[in-house]
Every structure is written in C-alpha cells, then in structure tokens.
Design a protein around this ligand. Structure first.
Ligand SMILES: NC(=O)c1ccc[n+]([C@@H]2O[C@H](COP(=O)([O-])OP(=O)(O)OC[C@H]3O[C@@H](n4cnc5c(N)ncnc54)[C@H](O)[C@@H]3O)[C@@H](O)[C@H]2O)c1
Length: 329
C-alpha cells in the first residue's frame, strides 16, 4: 500500500523511517512546505520516494492510498478533511485535532466513506504499557487506586498548543487504554502561561468512578522526567521511560493491607503497611512507533477499527477541552 507523509519537521523523519522499514507499506512521497526539509529528506531517501511541497497534489494522486499527517496540530483538521474527501486512509499524529467538534466531524466523514483513521497515541503501543495492561487485566495489581504521571523537560515550547495538550495527552491515552475507556466525572487543572500564549506548565487532576489521576506536564523543568506510577491495592508499578529499555518497568509488591476483626485498634479495622519483592520484568525492546504504524496498516488490510481510533481521541480531547476551560476561568 502506498502512503505519503505530510510534515517532515521534528517528528516526521521518525514516521518516514518506520514506514520505510515496514513491509506492508511503501513510502510513496514526502511533503513539506519548506524546501530545506525536503532536501534533508532527500539525503535519507534519495530517489526511492517523491518529494512535494503542495499536499493537494498528493491527494489527487490515485497511486496513493493512505496519508500520514505530522504537521502542527492546528493544521491537522483541514489536511485530514481534504485527504478523507479524496478517499485516503489516515494515520495522524496526536493531538488528533484542536477541538472536540473537529474530531467528531472527521470521525463521521471517515465512517461515511468507509476509511480508516488511526490516531498515533503512541504510548498504547509501548511494550511496557502493554505489560501494565496485562498486569491489570490479570488482576495482579488489584483494584487501581491512582495514576500519577510526570512528563517534563526544558522545551520544546509550542505556540499552537499547551503543554497539557501536547504532553498530558500521552498520559490520558494510557489511562484510557488501561481502564478500557473510562471517562472522568471531575476535572480540575491549573497552568502557567509565562512564555507562550498557551500554558507551558500544567497540573491536571481527574476523578474517575474508581480511581483518581494526577498529570503534570511541563516545558519549563530543569529535569527530564517521563514517569508513571500505577498504584493498585495489591501491587504498584513504576514506568520510567527515560531509563534504559531493560530497566523501564518496576513492579513493587508493596501496599497497605486492611486488617479487619477483633484485637485491632481503631474501632473495627486497622491498616498495616506491606513490603515485598521488587521486580524488573524482562520486556523485549519493541519500537512503539513501528508497532503503531504496523497496526494502522493491519487495520486497513483487515478493515477493522484502530485501537486508537477517533472515538478514543474524542474521549481524550473532551477531557483536554474541559480542562482548558476550567484552567482559564
Ligand atoms: N507521538 C509523538 O510522540 C510525537 C512527538 C512529537 C511530535 N508529535 C506530533 O507530530 C506533529 C508534528 O510535530 P513536530 O514537532 O514535528 O512539528 P514541526 O513544527 O517540527 O514540524 C511540522 C512540519 O510540517 C510542515 N508543514 C506544516 N504545514 C504543512 C502543510 N500544509 N503542508 C506540508 N507541510 C506542512 C512544516 O513545514 C514542518 O516542517 C504534531 O502533531 C505533534 O504533536 C508527536
């Protein structure tokens, strides 16, 4: 299947590389408004692909069946809409769109035309997150109590989205995936706008029916952190994505036991801290972006919905939109 990539800025080259090495897909063209970026692409792919500055020309090309979109979020909607109207399947970077309404419109358009949209919520395709999903589904963690996520760095400050839309979206997609699509009923957020029109630092707090979540997103931190704690009543897991691939996931057999019955203090129950083994399971390294792109190709081949389809993106964008609203009132 021929696919064209639109956007060869910071992230586009990673997508191009993973399409190029995927045996189900053929990188037909690379498009960017800036010639300097196309020159850079040419250094890597020479005459094995075409180069174009006008994406409309790619959309009219009948040889191309699918489009990968890796431009600024504010341009996602228009390009995706144009591509769907020309009958192309879509791989699109997160955040899917700038608003929930745009996401709903694109989801409807794709459905009416029988086309696939795959939103690259990349963390769902990360082997460690898949392992955590297995642990939860096999009840090894017990009831989930909370998610605590930290995603911080110095830069890259973006103009068209907040740090929350850019970074917390990864954590929200993880929570959505791990909880089988649960939605929060309480959303609170605060942010700091000192360096760009949107927030460069945000704290997001969410209450779901059975657990709570706290997500910190920052472009103004002296430390680079990509950390997630998933705490269950039986075990707790720490995913530290800046560590080497064999040391990213740690499972703590620690927790708090409630001792009910006679001879306990504090009326009819007492709590006792439990300390146990600490395990770093071996998880074979697997490139999450490659897996995501592979899944996109399979969805088109087998005509099934992507695990990160527009409906998931809509659930996540609803949280972000509500959080932006409370943050600015
Ligand atoms: N999944 C991830 O982990 C991840 C990581 C980084 C970025 N992203 C996403 O990838 C997207 C791109 O981010 P980036 O950091 O690469 O941005 P960027 O600004 O570095 O690159 C965007 C590129 O798109 C080009 N472009 C813009 N409009 C165009 C148009 N109409 N036609 C052709 N080219 C056009 C620009 O010239 C630029 O080279 C964003 O949606 C971002 O959120 C995802």
């Amino acid at each position: 299947m021929n696919i064209a990539l639109i956007g060869y800025g910071y992230w586009g080259p990673n997508i191009a590389k993973n399409i190029f090495t995927n045996h189900k897909l053929s990188l037909h063209s690379i498009c960017d408004l800036r010639q300097v970026r196309l020159d850079k692409a040419f250094n890597s792919y020479k005459n094995s692909t075409y180069y174009e500055t006008d994406y409309q020309k790619l959309l009219s090309n009948q040889e191309i069946q699918a489009i990968a979109i890796a431009v600024e979020t504010s341009s996602h909607y228009q390009i995706a809409k144009d591509a769907l109207n020309k009958g192309k399947h879509i791989y699109i970077e997160k955040p899917f769109t700038s608003t929930v309404q745009e996401a709903i419109d694109l989801a409807r358009l794709a459905e009416n035309k029988g086309l696939t949209i795959h939103v690259n919520h990349i963390m769902m395709y990360h082997p460690c997150i898949r392992k955590i999903k297995d642990l939860i589904d096999n009840n090894e963690l017990g009831e989930i109590l909370y998610f605590e996520a930290m995603r911080m760095n110095l830069g890259q400050i973006k103009k068209d989205v907040s740090a929350m839309a850019d970074l917390a979206i990864h954590d929200l997609s993880i929570i959505d995936y791990l909880s089988d699509g649960k939605e929060p009923f309480y959303i609170k957020a605060v942010g700091e706008k000192k360096y760009n029109p949107k927030e460069s630092l945000t704290f997001l707090m969410l209450r779901y029916e059975n657990f709570i979540a706290h997500i910190q997103s920052s472009w103004i931190s002296p430390l680079k952190e990509r950390k997630l704690i998933v705490a269950g009543t039986k075990k707790m897991v720490v995913f530290d994505d800046v560590r080497p691939s064999t040391e990213k996931l740690t499972i703590y057999d620690k927790g708090v036991d409630v001792i009910a019955g006679e001879n306990v203090e504090y009326e009819d129950y007492a709590v006792k801290l439990r300390e146990g083994d600490i395990l770093m399971p071996y998880i074979p390294a697997q490139d999450a972006l490659f897996t995501s792109i592979e899944h996109f190709a399979e969805c088109i081949e087998t005509n099934k919905l992507s695990t990160s389809d527009p409906q998931q993106a809509i659930r996540i964008l609803k949280i972000l939109e509500q959080a932006e609203l409370v943050m600015n009132t």
